[in-house]
Structures are given as structure tokens and as C-alpha cells.
Design a binder for this molecule. Structure first.
Ligand code: CP
Length: 312
């Protein structure tokens, strides 16, 4: 138990593992962090002397940069391991990499990996805090938290709100983290996508499955569009980009069916003209760049909660 701030684990591996109280604590702390971000000098000395490393086996713009920004807000040191020039290319294993980084005196490892469970493996093999920045198709907890933070900013609560998550549900760690968190906080979640991209048994997570976006838009409070992963096309899971956009893309015509105060979200990166048109992505209902700003607040909160008050 991190006695100082109330997170049970030394790590942040997924929303599946967090209690409602822990999710609320992170969201409340993120609100304070957003206030610090608005100051003329957005910096506090809280994590002076702490050292964070990012270890991204997959590309990232938003997540990695926002962890860097978050570390700097809290005055922590941060090192980014560049995979292409690291000893990973010589075949060094994940566990060996983690153990070698840890003995350099690190307090926290932020890891993104194509294999589901890789951050959990890392967490078991080191004393440092491990933060999951996205693992395979499993979870992307900081994205889930920043999405929920943004929803609450917009509509005060997610309890009883209808959240429609659209796209490649089967391969989306963003969808899974959203579902775990939103269901714990009392939202109604509907997942929409082609049958080939809908995982069997997803209803067991407490969501409703729909294959018809047009039938779900009308009473939605939030529409969260997922990135189409083009590699799925190559594997024959989608007929064509054009057909996907026709059935599941968010465009101005579809938006005419939506409520006047609907909130349109996307985790990024966007495939403009595929899952969402530019008109909608840049239009009056979107909060996509606000999500990115909130990502800094949420990640600052997580670093604070995991690392403050702990001995290095
Ligand atoms: N949403 C998200 O995870 O973006 P990045 O891949 O750029 O980090």
C-alpha cells in the first residue's frame, strides 16, 4: 500500500485492477494538476530526486510526450530509452532490460509493449513503480482515465450517461480501459463495430453490442471513435476502407442524428476521412485536443500518487 496517497499497488497496470475510490482519487488529483498546469510557471518541486524512464516498444506521440511533460511539472528526472538504438535490437529480453534499468536507481518505468501483460511481467520483476502505457490489446489505463476525466469535465458525471465506443473493439486497448473504468463509475456503454472486429464475450464486461452506428447515435452523450488499424484490412478483417467509413465513420450527415450537446472523442492518432471526417474531428462537438491536454494532468496525477512520499 502506498500509505501516503491511497493507491493500493506500487504500479498502475490497468483500470480492471483499480477500485472506484482509486479511480476517483486519480481524477480528483488530476484536477489539482490541471490547476498547476494553468499557472504562469507550471512546476512544483514534489518529485525532485525521482527518476523516471520511458520504455516504449511501440511508437507514441501523445503518451510518451505527456509523461515527459508530467515528469517535468513535478521536477522529476526523465530518460527516454530509444528502442532503435537500445540493446533490445541485440535481443535483450524485457526482464533483463528492466533489471538493468532498475539498478541505475530508477523509481518508475513507463512501458508500452505490443504484448499484453508485458507491464505486469515488468512489475513483478522490479521494485520500481511500473506504469502501463499500453499493452497489446489489453489496456491503456492512462488513456481510459484521461477519457473519463474529459467526460466528467464536460458533463459533471459519467453515471447514467450513454457512451458509444465505435470501431475495432477486438484489438483496442483503449476500448477495454474505457469499459473497465466507465462501468465502475456507472455509465451505460455501447460498443459498435463490424462483427469481425467485435470480440466474443465482450458483453460479459457489462456492455451492449451493436453493429449499427446509426441506431446508437441519437441518444448518445459521448461518442468515442477508435482509430482504424489499417493492418486489420490486410488481414481481411475489414472489406475496404470505403465500406468501413460508410458504415462506421462519423461524418456530418450522421452527426445530424446526434444530440445538440453530444461530445465527440478520439484517442488519436486520427485517420482523417476513415473513422472520422475532418469536419467532425475539428467541429464544434469535438474535445480531441482537450483530451490530449487532460492526458498531461492525468499522467501528472499518477506520477504524483505513485511516487510522492516514497523513498528513492
Ligand atoms: N492515444 C495514444 O496513445 O496516442 P499515442 O500513440 O501517440 O501515444
Amino acid at each position: 500500500m502506498n500509505k501516503v496517497k491511497g493507491l493500493k499497488s506500487k504500479d498502475l497496470l490497468g483500470l480492471k485492477d483499480l477500485s472506484v475510490e482509486e479511480i476517483k482519487l486519480i481524477l480528483e488529483t488530476a484536477r489539482s494538476m490541471k490547476e498547476i498546469m494553468a499557472r504562469p510557471i507550471p512546476k512544483v518541486p514534489t518529485l525532485i530526486g525521482k527518476h523516471i524512464v520511458t520504455l516504449f516498444y511501440e511508437p507514441s506521440t501523445r503518451t510518451r510526450t505527456s509523461f515527459n511533460t508530467a515528469a517535468k511539472i513535478l521536477s522529476a528526472n526523465i530518460t527516454n530509452v530509444q528502442m532503435s538504438t537500445s540493446s533490445v535490437v541485440k535481443g535483450e529480453s524485457l526482464i533483463d532490460t528492466i533489471k538493468n534499468l532498475e539498478v541505475m536507481g530508477l523509481d518508475c518505468i513507463v512501458i508500452r509493449h505490443s504484448m499484453g501483460g508485458a507491464p505486469h511481467l515488468a512489475a513483478k520483476n522490479c521494485k520500481a513503480a511500473v506504469i502501463n502505457a499500453g499493452d497489446g490489446f489489453n489496456e491503456h489505463p492512462t488513456q481510459g482515465l484521461l477519457d473519463i476525466f474529459t467526460m466528467i469535465e464536460k458533463k459533471k458525471t459519467v453515471k447514467g450517461k450513454k457512451v458509444v465506443i465505435v470501431g475495432d473493439i477486438a484489438h483496442s486497448r483503449v476500448a477495454r480501459s474505457n469499459i473497465w473504468g466507465l462501468k465502475k463509475l456507472g455509465a451505460e456503454v455501447v460498443v459498435v463495430g463490424p462483427p469481425t472486429l467485435m470480440p466474443k464475450g465482450i458483453e460479459e464486461m457489462g456492455v451492449r453490442v451493436s453493429y449499427k452506428l446509426d441506431e446508437e447515435i441519437g441518444d448518445a452523450d459521448f461518442i468515442n471513435m477508435l482509430r482504424v488499424q489499417r493492418e486489420r484490412m490486410e488481414k481481411g478483417l475489414l472489406p475496404s476502407i470505403e465500406e468501413y467509413s460508410e458504415l462506421y465513420g462519423l461524418n456530418s450527415d450522421r452527426m445530424k442524428k446526434a444530440k445538440k450537446d453530444v461530445v465527440v472523442m478520439h484517442p488519436g492518432p486520427i485517420n482523417r476521412g476513415v473513422e472520422i471526417t475532418s469536419e467532425v474531428a475539428d467541429g464544434p462537438f469535438n474535445v480531441i485536443l482537450e483530451q490530449v491536454t487532460n492526458g498531461v494532468a492525468v499522467r501528472t496525477a499518477i506520477l504524483f500518487l505513485l511516487l510522492s512520499g516514497k523513498e528513492s
